[in-house]
Write a protein that binds this ligand. Structure first.
Ligand code: ADP
Ligand code: 5GP
Length: 204
């Protein structure tokens, strides 16, 4: 009666563990949590699965969707476009789930402007040394790409002040549990729109 579904935005430096945390959350709560699948103009990387990792729609189609106002937010990152489709988020909310957007900071700020109720969580690695080690261990990006991602970290950290919560991803289980606690607290937050007193009073 008093529950509301949440829009959670998860950002942080590349390699901090955003994808790992989001997967762990959805695996633990398959009924109540869903990750929004983004659209991108970039190419499929080895190991990625179309319509599972991203909707790979190419630049022309991406630009046409911008024109048609079909994105909740979008941004250009490392020369490619990435965006959250309005349709996708509506579909996930219709499943009565909390919806997670794993997106970078420019997109997160667009969400903040559109929805005061969105919850912005910044994932921090325990140290810069560990961040580099994780990017190397992931064995996904070439040396040049890893360096580009590390070079961006200082400028990305300037956005921290715009977020509601910071979660340090040292031990994965602890980071997941902190986000679960944030969700519980946010669902208990006083919110007049969802406070269904009328229905409660009818039964008195
Ligand atoms: P992001 O999505 O933020 O770019 P990933 O989720 O891909 O980061 O994680 C980067 C690498 O770090 C992966 O190899 C992942 O297995 C590893 N990783 C994630 N969280 C932890 C953690 N808490 N401790 C150690 N390694 C981690
Ligand atoms: P990658 O190419 O490594 O998968 O993603 C590059 C960056 O794009 C990551 O920082 C990721 O969080 C971000 N990203 C992925 N999807 C979206 C999206 O829908 N919107 C925005 N703004 N960023 C996204």
């Amino acid at each position: 009666m008093f529950e509301r579904n949440l829009l959670l935005v998860i950002s942080g430096p590349s390699g901090a563990g955003k994808g790992t945390i989001c997967k762990a959350l959805v695996d633990k709560h398959p009924e109540s949590m869903q990750c929004s699948l983004s659209a991108t103009s970039r190419e499929v990387r080895p190991g990625e699965i179309p319509d599972k990792t991203y909707y790979y729609i190419g630049k022309e189609k991406f630009l046409s969707k911008i024109e048609k106002d079909q994105f909740l937010e979008y941004a250009e990152v490392y020369g490619n476009y990435y965006g959250t489709l309005k349709d996708e988020v509506q579909r996930l909310f219709s499943l009565k789930a909390d919806v997670i957007l794993e997106i970078e900071m420019q997109g997160a700020l667009q969400i903040r402007e559109k929805s005061k109720e969105a919850i912005l969580i910044f994932i921090m690695p325990p140290s810069f040394k560990e961040l580099r080690a994780r990017l190397l261990r992931r064995k996904r990006d070439c040396e040049e790409d890893i360096q580009n991602r590390l070079d961006k970290v200082a400028s990305e950290l300037k956005y921290i002040k715009d977020y509601d919560y910071i979660v340090v991803n040292d031990k994965l289980e602890d980071a997941v549990s902190k986000i679960e606690s944030i969700i519980v607290a946010e669902k208990c937050r006083m919110d007049e729109k969802t406070l269904d007193i009328e229905t409660f009073i009818k039964d008195i």
